[in-house]
Design a protein around this ligand. Sequence first.
Ligand code: F6R
Length: 288
Amino acid sequence: MKIVVCKDYEEMSQKGKDFIISELKRDSSLALGGATGNTPKRLYELLAQSGFDFSERKIWFLDEYFGKMSYYQYAVNFLHNNFPQGRGFRLENIHIPQGIFYWNNQTAHSETLSQILLENKNDYHMLGPEVSIYAEAMNGLLKQIRRSNRNYEHSLPVNRLQILGIGVEGHVGFNEKGTRKTSLTHLTLLDESTLTANESDFADGIRTKYALTQGIQSIMRAKYAVLFASGEKKAEAVHGFLLGDNSASALRNHENLAVFLTRDILARFTDKDKIKLRHSYFIVDFAT
Ligand code: F6R
């Protein structure tokens, strides 16, 4: 694992952009894995301004809310609409887990799903926050979700560079605390901390407590992964990721992981932590 320490958010985004473009130039068939959220917004702007032609590249996003198309809209805004004409991702090349399902001819919302789970206890079981739907599930909505997740998982190319952010509780994708390291694309119950941190995603009045997400194993299968974290509020999550035990820490075993951090995150690490980091990882420090 390589850790790149940057002065601030802007430098982190610039260095990250340079790294991603150089990997894409080395391999014309390399796809991207996208993350939503605030962290990569500047990165996407810089990718748009770089002049690099993304029109033949494909991208697979990590997650989507159940009953909403928020992240699909985010993806299209940042990767299609904001790029110079003809150089952005083509709509058919933007892939995102399916969040909208129909039930009784209506869009299935969070409460519909809660009710269905309550009434169909034999169709699934909970593995921590993961809702693992049985192959023999009888309920039509659960069957649709299971099929859709399986298809998404099978569509993910190994030859991709997965961009990642990290949640304040240490999630990557929507792999909340307690998600299995072997998890594939699945339905998950969102943590309270995620709902609070992402409050602005519910400004349209459609609230949900479920999401579809690539699992930890799905992310591990990507050939390259790049994780970005900026600002002190991520210090605890990054500490858990690098030295402790949270959802993200499974990625420490990834063979090609680069981590771009802002300096203020490491300011919260003790001297002993820093020595441990220097012993374990290759650290490029632009900020000193
Ligand atoms: C987004 C995603 C999440 C975010 C994480 C950090 O697709 O998978 O794991 O990367 O919640 O979000 P921000 O960047 O908004 O702090």
